[in-house]
Design a protein around this ligand. Sequence first.
Ligand SMILES: Cc1ncc(COP(=O)(O)O)c(C=O)c1O
Length: 436
Amino acid sequence: MHRDPNLTQSKTNAALMARRRSALPTGLGQTYEVFAARAEGAEVWDVEGRRYIDFAGGIAVLNTGHRHPRIVEAVKAQLDQYHHTCFQVLAYEPYVELAERLIAKTPGDFAKKAYFLSTGAEAVENAIKVARAATRRQAVIAFGGGFHGRTLLGMALTGKVVPYKTGFGPFPAEIYHAEYPNPLHGISVADALRSIEHIFKYDVEADRVAAIILEPVQGEGGFYVAPPEFARALRALCDKHGIVLIADEVQTGAGRTGTWLACEQWGVAPDMVTMAKSMAGGFPISAVIGKAELMDKPLPGGLGGTYAGSPLACAAALAVLDVFEEEQLLDRSKAVGERLKAGLKAMAAEFREIQDVRGLGSMVAIELFKNGDLEQPDADLTRRVCAEAIKRGLVLLSCGAYANVVRILVPLTASDALLDEGMAIMRASFAAVLAD
Ligand SMILES: Cc1ncc(COP(=O)(O)O)c(C=O)c1O
């Protein structure tokens, strides 16, 4: 483990954890007992000077890395001009420019409009608001294993009870869950489509459904990829019944999957897209981008928010778009994905517990099973490997309905050498834990 000699040792992770425990509620989970002191690119140093390679990217927020100089410069320049007017009171150009540039990058051969919020959950809520206002229908179909945020509607749409919904009900009505394709766990595309027909048969008429919302790759749910044929079937179903198709690209968006939006790989366009996380490299902003005829349905004042589309976040998001172009980060996303998959496949050949290496672009994960038995998802091994990795200086994240998936969301700006160093730590962590 490398240490940064320039950092003072006056604060320790243990002392800060003790303060955290007494001041903050338990529900605010903490993956690792580590407090960050500084970060650069794909590396973080903690308050004790320990260095970590960051394969988590602040949960999919740092596709352009920590403190990218172009983004820092853009935010500083914006800070010197104005940092808040509330867009609905006094407008500013960066907001409009960002909408124009995101619209140009969103698939769909139709007129589009965009507006901004602050968090992913808010973007999801807003997409549903627009779909309901436009269709004058109420029901929404989401998917088992999906994650859409921690607000009341976000929780209702989320398809996982523990821990996201436990104790928080009742939830908004008229939300139904279909099955998401997941062949590894026995759900084919045909099964998933049949589950929607079951909802139409048993729960709600198709012509009362305002929207179907899905993640092109389930994030928290376990990095399962919806095959393009599933998206095409959903498109046809939505067209048949007048339902709005929403792609929740909060985690997949901003280049993670090798294209700016994952839905570009569907061959059909959703009516609306939500974005957040990496679109502004860590500055809080989210977006709803959609068909103009839908987006114009809510009344003036029905959309927006005090901080929504803050000038600092708009400046950061515009800089992110520039960085993607200048550094060809979409190509890099594909290359990072291939390098990670090759390394993980080599690990899978060595450790039979790793039974699946999957992903789209650089959104890559492995799934772990006891003795390689697909009937026995191994959440304990997953937790132990992540715990060993952090001790060795690598930040990993787990996810999945069975908590047995290790996912990688490393900054796309990371060098090959850093990716290899991170994977070597992963390998050593597996070896150490399995030797126990
Ligand atoms: C697909 C998806 N939608 C929505 C959200 C919620 O975003 P936020 O935490 O910014 O509210 C997340 C967060 O992980 C997500 O992955």
